[in-house]
Design a protein around this ligand. Structure first.
Ligand SMILES: [Mg+2]
Length: 264
């Protein structure tokens, strides 16, 4: 049975109810959030492969049925754990449902802001929403006052910043917010114009929920080499990427290419 968007929202809300009161207070909230999700799936007798940060890959319900259907739930129980533990109000729970083995098979996703209770969600081919309101990417080209979020590896941060200055210097402001899923939703609703995540070990579980929301809002998301992201769905899948409104796609792809080829 395919999971409904309503069910996915309810799972995210169950995480919110448990986690919001303890934001900034507890260390092991990732595990607590994941337990809430597993409990919701088990109570609803769902047969599915759960791919989640703490447990890795685990079949819920009937393994044979889950394998046959190829249904998968890709979850980051808390995306932005450092923010959540320290009480910085930018963290989320991210849930993506897929009907097959690759990123393009994701058909539904929900990202819930654990501070505000705002729910970002999307269904393939039906648009992206913030609560009941349809959302869209911004319309800014690089000549406007564009806002960039950039995530760089902390090791060699100065060298990395210099390396990517070809891109950063064209932007009006830079932000580093700390929850990939929620950051992708900022692109989807047009608050941020581009997000470049150049950390090689950025994981699919962090991005899965946001990818469909960005695409359904009219945004673009691609590898740092400018390719379509259609990686295999797995707990081990990791990749750097860039996401943006439609007008910044060419600018980002061209400049990422120059930087990768060392021609700048
Ligand atoms: Mg997490």
């Amino acid at each position: 049975m395919e999971l409904s968007i309503g069910f996915l929202k309810n799972v995210a809300l169950a995480v919110y109810n448990k986690i919001n009161p303890i934001l900034g207070l507890k260390q092991n909230i990732d595990v607590i959030a994941e337990e809430v999700i597993i409990d919701c799936l088990e109570k609803a007798s769902i047969d599915i492969l759960l791919i989640s940060e703490e447990i890795g890959e685990k079949y819920i319900g009937n393994k044979e049925k889950a394998t046959k259907s190829k249904h998968k739930l890709i979850v980051d129980p808390i995306d932005g754990s450092n923010n959540a533990i320290r009480g910085i109000p930018f963290c989320s729970t991210s849930i993506a449902f897929a009907l097959g083995n690759t990123i393009d098979d994701i058909t539904k996703s929900v990202v819930l802001d654990l501070t505000t209770k705002n729910i970002y969600w999307a269904e393939k081919g039906k648009g992206a929403f913030l609560n009941a309101k349809k959302i869209n990417i911004s319309d800014n080209d690089i000549s406007k006052n564009c806002i960039l979020e950039i995530n760089l590896p902390m090791r060699k941060i100065v060298e990395e910043l210099t390396k990517y200055s070809l891109i950063t210097k064209k932007f009006y402001r830079i932000r580093v917010m700390g929850s990939t899923a929620l950051s992708l939703c900022q692109i989807a609703k047009g608050s941020v114009d581009a997000f470049v995540d150049l950390v090689e070990k950025s994981r699919l579980i962090d991005t899965a929920g946001g990818i469909l929301i960005v695409k359904e809002a009219g945004g673009k998301i691609f590898s740092k080499h400018g390719n379509n992201l259609n990686e295999k769905i797995s707990i081990d899948t990791k990749f750097p990427f860039a996401a943006s409104n439609a007008k910044l796609e060419c600018f980002l792809k061209e400049n990422l290419k120059k930087i990768t080829l060392n021609r700048y």
